[in-house]
Design a protein around this ligand. Structure first.
Ligand code: UDP
Ligand code: MG
Length: 327
């Protein structure tokens, strides 16, 4: 065993000053009731409000609070990855800061872990207080993922989950850049089980996942687990070629054996077809571009995140922890 910390709670925060105190209060209450050692590992994802300051203040009073401070906003998935890198617990729990994931579910997750499950993920049976658009796009996305990917990613689950140390170690071996963490957790395997919960409304503040980020996130999810969009390009190519050949054959027959060889529908449908086909080709190029961009990201081999202001002592301590975790 590397440490005597039983549980690490990973909490990514991006401009969450409005919820920090309440999140801390509810998490501590729940974890106190569990009655074993724990740490609250906040990852400040380049907030430009008072989030980091508030966490620092709390850390002054409560030794169990740790803060990883990113040099800028690297994104939610990278923040939870950093959390997993530095977590020291025997079990690691990822939770959103905005209390949409109720901390009160944690004891149930721990109970399942103690039964021998290595991943306990929280499945949303219900979502409260989110726009119809968000619910609808989320539902479509999870279903599309299940059609497109071979890895079985459970429907309607977020990143709210408990992972055993073994799973966390396995996750650390995966350093891909455009990360879809919940998919990677499915990919690493182990014994996994769901507990159901009702997703609450955000406690305060606004969503940090506007449509653009959601879209990016969905594309990351799909491209990192499936080649099917590329196969669709090839398939569409074959279909279009066959249809055009048939059309060509038909016009030749019409021209030489047809009744009225001057018959024709004019230029408009021809132009429409031309534009349509160009559209399709450009979309397909775009899809290929998404994959190429990701290959480019991988080849640059940049670190996943940069931490700000880490004093040397802390840095070497964290490095030690990291090395011992990797060993
Ligand atoms: N978050 C983050 N970096 C980002 C966006 C979000 O660390 O770039 C955090 C955010 O502070 C919250 C969690 O990720 O703890 C989920 O974000 P949010 O609640 O805004 O997403 P939603 O629930 O609306 O999908
Ligand atoms: Mg939220």
């Amino acid at each position: 065993m590397i440490s005597n910390i039983r549980y690490t709670i990973i909490i990514p925060v991006y401009n969450e000053e409005a919820v920090i105190h309440e999140t801390y209060r509810r998490l501590s209450r729940v974890m106190e009731s569990v009655g074993e050692t724990y740490e609250l590992l906040f990852i400040n994802d380049g907030s430009d409000d008072r989030t980091a300051q508030l966490i620092d203040e709390l850390a002054g009073k409560d030794q169990r609070i740790k803060l990883l401070d990113f040099s800028r906003n690297f994104g939610h998935q990278i923040a939870i990855t950093a959390g997993m890198d530095y977590a020291r617990g025997d079990a690691v729990i990822i939770i959103d800061a905005d209390l949409q994931d109720p901390p009160e579910l944690i004891p149930q997750m721990i109970a399942k872990w103690k039964e021998g499950y290595e991943v306990v993920y929280a499945k949303r049976s219900h979502r409260k207080g989110e726009t119809l658009f968000k619910k609808w796009t989320a539902a479509c996305f999870y279903r599309l993922m299940s059609i497109l990917t071979e890895v079985k990613i459970p429907l309607d689950t977020g990143d709210f989950r408990l992972m055993d140390r073994k799973v966390c170690d396995a996750m650390q071996t995966i350093r891909e850049k455009n990360r879809f963490v919940r998919g990677l957790v499915s990919w690493v395997g182990f014994r996994q089980i769901a507990v159901e919960y009702i997703r609450e409304e955000r406690y305060a503040g606004e969503t940090k996942y506007p449509f653009k980020k959601m879209l990016r996130f969905s594309i990351d999810g799909i491209t990192s687990f499936s080649y099917k969009p590329l196969k669709a390009a090839a398939f569409l190519g074959i279909v279009v070629t066959l249809v055009s050949l048939a059309f060509l054959l038909f016009s030749l027959i019409e021209k030489y054996f047809g009744i009225d060889s001057s018959a024709g529908a004019g230029l408009a449908p021809l132009l429409a077809c031309l534009f349509l086909m160009n559209g399709v080709v450009l979309i397909m190029l775009g899809i290929i571009g998404e994959y190429i961009g990701r290959i480019y990201d991988e080849s640059k081999n940049r670190p996943l995140y940069i931490l700000r202001n880490q004093d040397k002592k802390e840095k070497s301590r964290l490095k030690e922890v990291k090395l011992s975790v990797q060993r």
